[in-house]
Design a protein around this ligand. Structure first.
Ligand code: FAD
Length: 259
């Protein structure tokens, strides 16, 4: 049975260029700027690379092994300097022949702000983790030991140890206190992240960080998913879940903006 449908090109599109750019920025700027990575931060980095290796929709086996090799290099050490990690990325890319993550000089596509200081990386990071929760669930049939918390735990580790916005990190860690009690099935992980992102959207609506061209809404909008809201104005959660599968599944990710 097919779990996803093609979404309307105008509605809630997810761009591979943005996902790749978010991964590159996270590894080359947020992780690599750390002087030394050790202990819980090192474990968090390994978990982040593990979920990327498993669920980031790479074009070839080379892509999977890029993330896996970077992670495996970390299992043999008790700490690593950020600069060494950056060198590992560069040499892994040159060994594989062609870089498969978009160059940092290419622009954001869906996450492009109407001005320089709006959107960009935080937008790409949210989309990356939504995409990873959805694709982990779509692939779970081939992974018998599936752990519903795997992607959310990796996200929490990343946000706790590496996300440059410290206020955001603190808020997210606070929200994540409910994660273990609220997530008991694979689909719950997708829905927990959707709900949590909407709580952030609500808090930030009208804030000075809001791009006026892209106001913070309770997602998805009535326009992109009319069936997601019931006549009593409450969410129709099965429809929301279906919409999230449609929007974030690897087969529906747009390649616009990639050369
Ligand atoms: P974003 O909120 O970044 O959303 C990106 C895209 O995701 C949207 O365009 C939409 O297509 C999709 N989307 C939106 N809502 C949902 C949803 N509920 N489910 C699925 N998809 C959705 N900024 C602060 O000022 N304070 C904070 O405390 C803060 N906490 C953050 C915590 C995290 C973990 C992250 C990643 C970011 C945080 N930010 C915070 C940044 C902020 O949430 C936005 O990312 C930023 O303001 C850019 O907003 P945006 O308009 O690009 O949309």
């Amino acid at each position: 049975e097919k779990k996803t449908q093609k979404i309307n090109d105008l509605g809630d599109a997810v761009f591979r260029a943005d996902l790749e750019k978010a991964v590159r920025y996270s590894l080359e700027h947020e992780v690599s700027v750390r002087k030394v990575i050790s202990g819980a931060a090192l474990k968090a980095l390994q978990n982040y690379l593990t979920v990327l290796a498993k669920y980031f929709p790479v074009k070839s086996e080379n892509g999977k092994s890029f993330f896996r090799d970077l992670r495996d290099d970390l299992t043999e050490v008790s700490d690593i300097e950020g600069e060494t990690f950056l060198r590992n990325i560069k040499s892994a890319e040159s060994e594989k022949g062609s870089p498969f993550l978009i160059s940092s000089t290419q622009d954001w596509v869906g996450c492009k702000g109407s001005e320089e200081n709006f959107r960009g990386f935080p937008c790409g990071l949210w989309m990356l983790f939504h995409m990873l929760t959805v694709n982990s669930v779509l692939e779970k049939s081939i992974d018998l030991g599936f752990n519903s918390m795997e992607v959310l735990d990796a996200m929490l580790g990343y946000i706790t140890h590496f996300f440059g916005c410290q206020d955001c990190s603190r808020h997210f860690q606070q929200m994540a206190l409910s994660m273990k009690t609220e997530v008991s099935s694979p689909n719950d992980s997708i829905m927990w992240l959707w709900k949590s992102h909407n709580k952030v959207n609500k808090r930030l609506a009208g804030d000075s960080s809001e791009d006026p061209i892209h106001p913070k809404i309770q997602f998805p909008s009535q326009k992109t998913c009319p069936a997601c809201v019931n006549s009593d104005s409450n969410w129709n959660e099965p429809q929301v879940l279906q919409h999230l599968f449609n929007v974030y599944s690897r087969e529906n990710i747009s390649h616009v903006g990639l050369s």
